[in-house]
Design a protein around this ligand. Structure first.
Ligand code: MN
Length: 714
């Protein structure tokens, strides 16, 4: 087991002035918190945070990170709280530990590659501070080192997740050593036999190959010292997982992969790297197309080296890598190697500096295929254009920044999107315009009566949702236009006492459609509905004879008694049956418009109602109406009340608020979820908009009410 003293001794070597007293206190706090807990290995639990801290020291992380490493499991596994940590160790350390704890709660369930990529991105995005990822990787590395103490199925699950998520993450961060160890440990867990077999074969072949490699090294050492280049030359072992994967994926033999002679030359300066390359190429013939200059053009994960392959002394290809010590450190440790380059002050500065460093890195990139790849991966939220959210089953969905539950619903399924009425985010009801945040768990609530509206286009952010909504509106508009065209033709026919149904179904109608160049009767009707073709012209075409208007057609209507007061005044029309549209349910005070509907008389809509917006082409059907303020009528209206926490007496306080404003409740639907949140619907009779607003603000004042909304429709 690692001892605290080892850490205290090591950290000041690379971070002079590090606060080792705080480190000691963190050790004592962690020891006290984990008191009595055991690892699966039987060791005291404290051994785990100590090993994690030790690994972080190995990455040369600052003392703050090492302390957070010592404390990384106390929020998860003990009674200590974030407030305790903040009091004892300050906000920076508390935030780091909290960050690691949050990452630990993300469950990765899917085996799909795209999901894995999204998940990796999300890990990075959620780790507001890159040091959180360092702690997480150290944590995973130690857990993998001890994974064989766990039951087989659990061990395999952790190993698979390591291959899917953490090894690629280490790679993206340039931490080759960590990546290789994670992969080898995962291979040992998942394919123990293959692992042991490889171990034996590598050991056996190594003895055989050693002489060849040593021969190459001896020649190189001699030549390099002749030109005064100081160097260290090593054979380059491949890690087991990379051999196994090549054999497995490419169906190649062990010998083909392993027998390649590979050496690495480490020098003390960039100049010596190029000097060494000259020496190598003068000794042996380079294989064309194999030379790569990753010093002038570093890889996306900061990797720098010269690569070349030459035909060696025995006529076999020899792979050679040339790099400086600094490049070597970066190649092995990646982002960790960059950590202590500059004096850091606070967490905020660190973030800015890591951003600056990334920017500088990007500016030096020239050769990468997708220059945004690394940037996107390392700090998604530094360039805020994507959020990562979960389905209730734990699948990750990537959405554009600012996306709403509607965007999410359309990624689940088109039908879910089209019928989406609301959503629960992290178990709490939210309105459709809610802006999704990193890591939200989103559950969509659907209703068969719900349909997309043009308003949705204003709040969705994803191209998919936008396209699907437009598509729905277009289809809907067409079927509405067909219906409208039919109604207009019928109305026109009625004027001349003609049988509209017979005419519409007749052969003349079909002929008219094809003569006018429409693919079908429906298309012709749609054209009438859109206002592109005239109903009267069409009727003229299909009527059996010339159109003659019958006399005195309005006398009977005028004789009918005046209808009851209905709260609206219609210019020029006295005896029309008036109904209020259920889709928008306007209240006195709302701007309104009238809409003639076949067989139903006048329907009053709110002026901003979508149904009206869709029928603007059909001007003759729209009629100006206004509220009759002299003969007001009570109108029902539906309101939704969002409850944060249900408690005794809450419902009576809400109904009391409604009554206090003289609202008359005609219907109440109360829904409370298991976690005591809820959404209550009330239908209340009011005389106008003012009264409704009074009622809503009275409800808003009731404690534990989160929001009150007027629901269009009843
Ligand atoms: Mn842990």
């Amino acid at each position: 087991m690692v001892e605290l003293d080892a850490l205290i001794e090591e950290i000041p070597k690379y971070q002079p002035g590090a606060d080792v007293d705080l480190l000691t206190r963190a050790y004592e706090f962690s020891a006290a918190s984990h008191q009595g807990q055991q690892r699966a290995s039987g060791e005291p639990y404290l051994s785990h945070p100590l090993e994690v801290a030790q690994l972080l020291v190995g990455f040369k992380m600052d003392v703050t990170t090492v302390i957070a490493g010592l404390l990384h499991d106390v929020l998860e596994d003990t009674r200590a709280t974030k407030a305790d940590l903040e009091r004892e160790f300050g906000k920076e350390i508390a935030d780091l530990v909290d960050g690691v704890t949050k990452l630990g709660k993300l469950a990765f369930s899917s085996r799909e590659e795209r999901q894995a990529e999204n998940f990796r991105k999300m890990l990075v995005a959620m780790a507001r501070d890159l040091r959180v990822l360092m702690i997480k990787l150290a944590d995973r590395l130690h857990n993998m080192r001890t994974v064989h103490y766990l039951p087989d199925d659990r061990a395999r699950k952790i190993a698979q997740e390591t291959l899917d998520i953490y090894a690629p993450l280490a790679h993206r961060l340039g931490m080759a050593k960590v990546k290789a160890e994670l992969e080898d440990l995962a291979l040992r867990t998942m394919h123990a036999d293959a692992y042991v077999d490889l171990q034996k074969r590598v050991a056996r072949r190594r003895l055989e190959r050693e002489a060849d490699i040593n021969h190459v090294i001896a020649i190189l050492e001699k030549k390099l010292s002749e030109v005064d280049i100081e160097s260290q030359i090593r054979g380059r072992p491949k890690h087991f997982y990379s051999i196994w994967k090549k054999m497995h994926d490419q169906g190649r033999e062990f010998d083909e992969i392993y027998d390649l002679t590979a050496v690495r030359i480490i020098t003390s300066s960039v100049r010596d790297c190029y000097g060494t390359l000259g020496v190598v190429h003068s000794l042996w013939k380079p294989v064309p197309g194999r030379f790569k200059d990753f010093i002038a053009m570093p890889k996306v994960n900061m990797y720098q080296s010269l690569h070349t392959t030459v035909i060696g002394p025995k006529g076999d290809p020899v792979e050679i890598q040339i790099r400086t010590w600094e490049m070597h450190r970066i190649a092995e440790e990646g982002i960790a190697a960059h950590w202590l380059y500059k004096e850091k002050k606070s967490g905020k500065d660190k973030l800015d500096e890591s951003l600056l460093w990334l920017r500088q890195l990007m500016e030096t990139q020239q050769d990468m295929k997708d220059p945004r790849e690394f940037m996107d991966t390392v700090r998604v939220d530094l360039f805020p254009d994507e959020v990562y959210v979960f389905t209730p089953k734990g699948d990750v969905k990537a959405l554009p920044e600012g996306a709403t539950p509607i965007d999410f619903a359309f990624t689940v399924h088109t039908k879910v999107g089209e019928h989406c009425v609301g959503a629960k985010v992290n178990g709490k009801l939210v309105p459709l315009r809610y802006t999704l945040r990193q890591g939200d768990i989103v559950e969509i609530i659907t209703s068969p009566n719900q349909h997309p509206s043009r308003d949705w286009l204003k709040i969705v952010k994803s191209t998919r949702a936008r396209a699907k909504i437009n598509q729905w509106l277009k289809t809907e508009e067409r079927s509405r236009s067909i219906e409208l065209g039919r109604e207009m033709l019928e109305r026109e026919a009625k004027k001349y006492r003609l049988n509209a149904a017979a005419l519409l179904a007749g052969e003349d109608m079909r002929r008219a459609a094809s003569d006018l160049g429409f693919p079908s009767v429906d298309d012709l009707l749609a054209s009438v509905g859109y206002g592109k073709s005239s109903a009267q012209h069409l009727l003229n075409r299909i009527a059996p004879g010339p159109l003659v208007e019958p006399p005195e057609r309005s006398k009977a209507a005028a004789a009918r008694p005046k209808s009851e007061p209905q709260g609206v005044r219609i210019r020029g029309v006295e005896d029309l049956l008036v109904r209020f549209a259920r889709c928008c349910n306007p209240l006195p005070g709302d701007p309104i418009t009238g809409f003639i509907t076949r067989g139903r008389g006048l329907t009053v809509h709110a002026r901003d109602c979508l149904t009206v917006a869709k029928s603007v082409l059909d001007r003759e059907r729209l009629i100006n109406v206004e509220w009759d303020v002299e003969e007001p009528a009570q109108r029902p209206v539906r309101i939704a009340v969002y409850i944060g926490r249900d408690r005794p007496g809450l419902l009576s306080e809400i109904t009391g608020a409604i009554s206090s404003q003289n609202g008359n409740i005609t219907k109440a639907e109360v829904t409370v979820t298991a976690d005591r949140r809820g959404i209550n619907h009330f239908v209340v009779e009011v005389s106008d908009l003012n009264q409704l607003q009074g009622i809503m603000s009275a409800i808003r004042d009731v404690p534990d009410v989160i929001n009150v909304e007027r629901v269009r429709g009843l």
